[in-house]
Ligand binder design. Structure first.
Ligand code: COA
Length: 263
């Protein structure tokens, strides 16, 4: 397989890593092989201590991703659909949510179905003015299968989330911003620059605190408040044992920029 044919490309630039969905002729639709490679890329980047922030983007100028590859849908049994599409996609997307480093979705065009869910699994979504989001599964006689029904209403305006899932309506970048689906909308030619700026700022943060904050935020989606608060107190206090905590407090008192080392 040549580089051009690989459905997932990983590019490392200093302490940032870009994961590129590379099926532009299929609007970066995600098939089983793409999911496997995405999973391997995430495992590799989790283990790479040099990497402090990950950006996820679609190749080409039309799509972040048009979702799960529908070309095999009609050949699958109920059991196969569950195992090879829904459960597998949910497992890979959970790896993004659970990655110990921040992940930014850089959305240049369509983010549909699984593509929208993939963006939702990331910690930040920076969208080009040309980005379009939808959960169109209802129009295929389906429901979202990679977490959309559970995460969309937890992460964005619940009224609009329900509308998006029940009608499949596409929302443009401006509306996506208004309902809390994206963090920022920028002109297409500024997309990479703005995403990189955010990534660099996150990459200069304290890695252990960022990892703990991600874990706690994920926990808040699924646990009673009293349990979440208990865990927050544990993580807050355990960070007192880190070098980065000492550096952060010292830098703040000395009015200088902290230099966090991940220790
Ligand atoms: N799975 C597999 N292939 C897909 C795809 C998907 N989810 N989405 C797009 N493609 C393919 C098309 O089949 C086409 O391939 P081809 O040229 O070999 O036929 C190519 O990507 C370009 O898409 P096309 O439909 O020709 O572009 P368009 O500009 O006319 O329409 C969309 C763009 C996004 C509106 C349309 O492609 C679409 O509705 N895609 C399906 C989105 C979807 O339902 N996703 C959820 C899946 S659960």
């Amino acid at each position: 397989m040549t580089v051009e044919e690989k459905p997932i490309l990983v590019r490392k630039e200093k302490n940032l890593a870009w994961i590129l969905l590379n099926r532009p002729n299929k609007l970066n639709a995600i098939d089983s092989a793409t999911l496997d490679l995405l999973e391997s890329a995430l495992v590799e980047l989790e283990a790479d201590e040099e990497i402090r922030c990950v950006l996820l983007k679609g190749v080409g100028d039309r799509a972040f991703s048009a979702g799960a590859d529908t070309s095999v849908f009609l050949t699958l049994s109920v059991e196969e659909a569950k195992k090879t599409i829904s459960e597998k996609g949910q497992r890979v997307l959970a790896k993004i949510r659970e990655l110990s480093k921040p992940v930014i979705a850089v959305v240049n065009g369509y983010a549909l179905g699984g593509g929208c869910e993939l963006a939702l699994a990331c910690d930040f979504r920076i969208a080009s003015e040309k980005a379009r989001f939808s959960q169109p599964e209802i129009n295929l006689g389906l429901v979202p299968g990679w977490g959309g029904t559970q995460l969309l209403p937890r992460l964005v305006d619940a009224t609009r989330a329900r509308e998006m899932i029940l009608t499949g309506r596409m929302v443009d970048a401006g509306e996506a911003y208004n309902i809390g689906l994206v963090n920022k909308v920028v002109p297409p030619e500024k997309l990479d620059e703005e995403a990189t700026k955010l990534a660099e700022s996150l990459a200069s943060g304290p890695p252990k605190s960022l990892a703990a904050a991600k874990r706690l935020l994920n926990l808040s989606l699924q646990t009673p408040l009293s349990e979440g608060l208990k865990k927050e107190a544990e993580d807050f206090s355990s960070l007192f044992a880190t070098e980065d905590f000492r550096e952060g407090v010292a830098a703040s008192r000395e009015r200088r920029k902290p230099l966090f080392k991940g220790k």
